[in-house]
Design a protein. Structure first.
Length: 394
């Protein structure tokens, strides 16, 4: 019997086997990347599901804004971390759910974190190896409770989860005053080999490589206000990380539009910036994503918008809209939304907190989707398949 028939026979025997194929989801992770690239996992799930199954959920708890993913017990599988809030000034312990290895079953771990006093109302959790031990740490951008009344923005202390031995320690970031912090990002903007943190309130936390931070308000040299969401990425491929900012741009005192601040390894300023085209009545940018859609080596900028219009508060945070800018060799950014995506807005839909761009079904093509498949309790799953030239809504 020649080699061809031996191979064919082996394939037939293998295909007839009733033994389930075990998929190994384990892998190694590089936590020295900018935080944008670390908001990913091999799975999707409704964010409150694990908390409810573990008995940790209370009515009013919000997990959707602050979920993050990393391998917290160094077994090669992506775990889930929550820093929930429920719009009160009470602190809520951080919750880690460890992946059993199948991306389907997760176990709540109560012993991995010491001093787990938690945050108040964390708006964003970012992953990075801040102390250089190759393990993931987490910075929590916390804006605190928003009770009704004249003093509705109370602010909160910022916090961080740092790996220590075989576990983690929860710490308050004392360098930053108590404030309304809506977002953060991290990356090695000064190319010194460690990750620094930037907050949407304009602070830089400069890292000494061991997660000892020095506060600097001199690096981000801009008078812009209204920034709520930030990411750090080398958008023009010059070897320096850039800052991309979004937020409110519909009132006269707000930012003029989502803005790219080009990095030089030293600082960021208005005279080295590019303001992206704004959209009337969609004046709130909630989230920012990136992907090279046309395979030219430059990543496109993808904005997650919701309603905002001067004098019309009925539109405030109403509906969802996606805006895609084609990156022209890092120097120009052209609104090509209709070229790259169909069904890109719904004025009556619920606004989206976080989108992700991943090949979640392992077909070799990326997908664009709401990180929460239940779309914050609405039951509508926002999901687009990339067909090679365009995102097609499912």
């Amino acid at each position: 019997m020649n080699k061809f028939f031996l191979l064919l026979f082996a394939l037939i025997i293998t295909s007839c086997s009733k033994e389930p194929v075990k998929v190994d989801f384990s892998r190694n992770f590089d936590y020295m990347q900018p935080s944008y690239f670390l908001f990913e996992s091999d799975f999707r799930f409704e964010p409150t599901k694990l908390a409810k199954e573990s008995g940790n959920y209370r009515q009013g708890d919000n997990y959707i804004c602050n979920v993050a993913y990393a391998d917290f017990n160094s077994d090669g599988y992506v775990d889930v971390i929550y820093a929930k809030g429920n719009n009160t000034i009470d602190r809520h312990p951080v919750e880690i759910y460890l992946n059993d290895g199948d991306n389907l079953n997760f176990t709540h771990d109560e012993n991995l974190i010491s001093n787990n006093i938690g945050g108040e109302t964390v708006r964003k959790s970012i992953i990075g190896d801040f102390n250089g031990d190759k393990k993931p740490d987490v910075f929590f951008a916390d804006h605190g409770a928003e009770p009704p009344g004249a003093n509705q923005y109370l602010g909160a202390e910022q916090s961080i989860l740092i790996s220590s031995g075989n576990g983690y320690e929860f710490k308050i970031i004392n360098q930053i005053p108590k404030e309304f912090n809506h977002g953060a990002c991290s990356g090695d903007f000064d190319n010194d080999g460690d990750l620094d943190i930037f907050t949407s309130t304009g602070h830089f936390l400069i890292n000494d490589g061991n997660a000892n931070f020095t506060l600097s308000d001199e690096i981000f040299k801009s008078e812009t206000v209204g920034i709520f969401t930030v990411e750090m990425i080398d958008i023009n491929n010059d070897g320096f990380l850039d800052l991309i900012t979004g937020g409110h741009s519909f009132e006269s005192h707000d930012m003029k539009g989502p803005t790219i601040y080009f990095g030089n390894g030293v600082n960021f300023s208005d005279d080295r910036s590019y303001i992206l085209k704004d959209i009337p009545s969609w004046g709130v940018v909630v989230d920012i994503d990136f992907h090279d859609l046309n395979n030219d080596g430059y990543k496109e900028v993808i904005l997650n918008r919701t309603g905002g219009e001067s004098g019309n508060w009925d539109l405030f945070y109403t509906g969802w809209r996606i805006q895609i800018f084609e990156n022209i060799a890092g120097s120009d950014y052209r609104d090509e939304t209709e070229k790259y995506i169909d069904n890109f807005q719904d004025r009556n839909g619920r606004w989206t907190v976080w989108y992700r761009i991943d090949d979640i079904d392992n077909d070799g093509l990326v997908e664009l989707f709401d990180d929460d498949p239940n779309h914050n309790g609405s039951g509508v799953d926002l999901f687009w398949n990339w067909n090679g030239t365009k995102f097609i809504k499912q």
